[in-house]
Design a protein around this ligand. Structure first.
Ligand code: AMP
Length: 285
């Protein structure tokens, strides 16, 4: 596996690979890798000739400085996992390398309503930061396919919109959420939970499963209220638990009844004793 810390070296390597006709698959991450990330690498390997993974904890997408400071970093282990998974190129830039002109954004992305609901409403500026870093990374890697996880439901919609806004040719491939055997969605932030908190965190996927199991038997708003009170009973601070679907224009709808289209329960909640904010989602129909 090649490891590049400098964008010039990465671009040189990739431009010669592209001249050889190689199709590039790209998996951007913030590291502290787990099997969920590795499933994206596996999907990229299956669908590309050369797989690039980036590890960069992007400061501009953290609206909460404490979350940024506490974000887990396990680089040595990440490098080993990626090499064992058959990843071809790892891009590991510094903040200076990614933001040579400072962190102030040089443009504003018009994500429309997508940016004012759910994560957008609770993490002001988050999606602008995501847009900023993914825009830069796509410019450097110039992949044929971009692999992202359904775990970050709204992020997938934002990146889809970014690709349209910038008129990029890249194809976004959305991969399913990997879970621990007990149902907890894999997440780098799970590393910040002690065993008791980790056990408590299970209530998030349980609330979503409860909704899925009862869909059709109660009105949607009752189900989301029920899921929310289950979480509150276990000491969670719930930012939102909503039933949503995706409109043809890529915006999020909040239907009050189940229709034909896929319906998702989406949740963000802070595990009380750790203070760790976790997100999850599940298709419930
Ligand atoms: P992150 O390192 O959290 O920024 O995530 C990097 C990529 O991995 C994103 O596209 C995530 O959606 C994806 N990802 C994170 N957790 C999971 C998971 N449990 N299953 C599948 N993909 C995931």
């Amino acid at each position: 596996m090649y490891l590049f810390k400098r964008r010039d070296d990465l671009e040189r390597h990739l431009s010669s690979a592209r001249k050889e006709g190689k199709r590039i698959g790209f998996v951007p991450t913030m590291g502290a890798l787990h099997q969920g990330h590795l499933s994206l690498i596996a999907a990229a390997k299956e669908n590309s000739d050369l797989v690039v993974c980036s590890i960069f904890v992007n400061p501009t997408q953290f609206n909460d400085p404490a979350d940024f400071e506490k974000y887990p970093i396990t680089i040595d282990q990440d490098v080993q996992l990626l090499a064992a998974a058959g990843n071809d190129v790892l891009f590991l830039p510094t903040v200076q390398e990614m933001y040579p002109n400072g962190l102030t954004p040089d443009m504003h992305y018009d994500f429309g309503e997508l940016e004012s609901v759910l994560e957008g409403a609770h993490r002001p500026g988050h999606f602008q930061g995501v847009g900023q870093v993914v825009h830069k990374l796509l410019g450097l890697v110039n992949p044929d396919k971009l692999f992202m996880g359904q775990k970050d439901f709204q992020q997938c919609l934002i990146i889809n919109r970014l690709i349209k806004l910038l008129d990029l040719k890249v194809e976004l491939v959305i991969c399913p959420t990997l879970r621990e055997t007990d149902g907890l969605a894999m997440s780098s932030r799970n590393l910040r939970l002690n065993p008791t908190e980790r056990q408590n965190a299970l209530h998030i996927s349980r609330a979503l499963t409860y909704i899925k199991d009862h869909i059709g038997s109660s009105p949607l708003n009752e189900l989301s209220q029920k899921g929310m009170s289950q979480l509150k009973d276990h000491g969670f601070d719930v930012d939102y638990l909503e039933m949503v679907s995706i409109l043809p224009d890529g915006n999020i709808a909040f239907p009050s009844v189940t229709g034909e289209e896929p319906l998702y329960a989406v949740v963000a909640a802070r595990e009380n004793s750790s203070g760790v904010r976790l997100i999850d989602n599940m298709q419930v129909n």
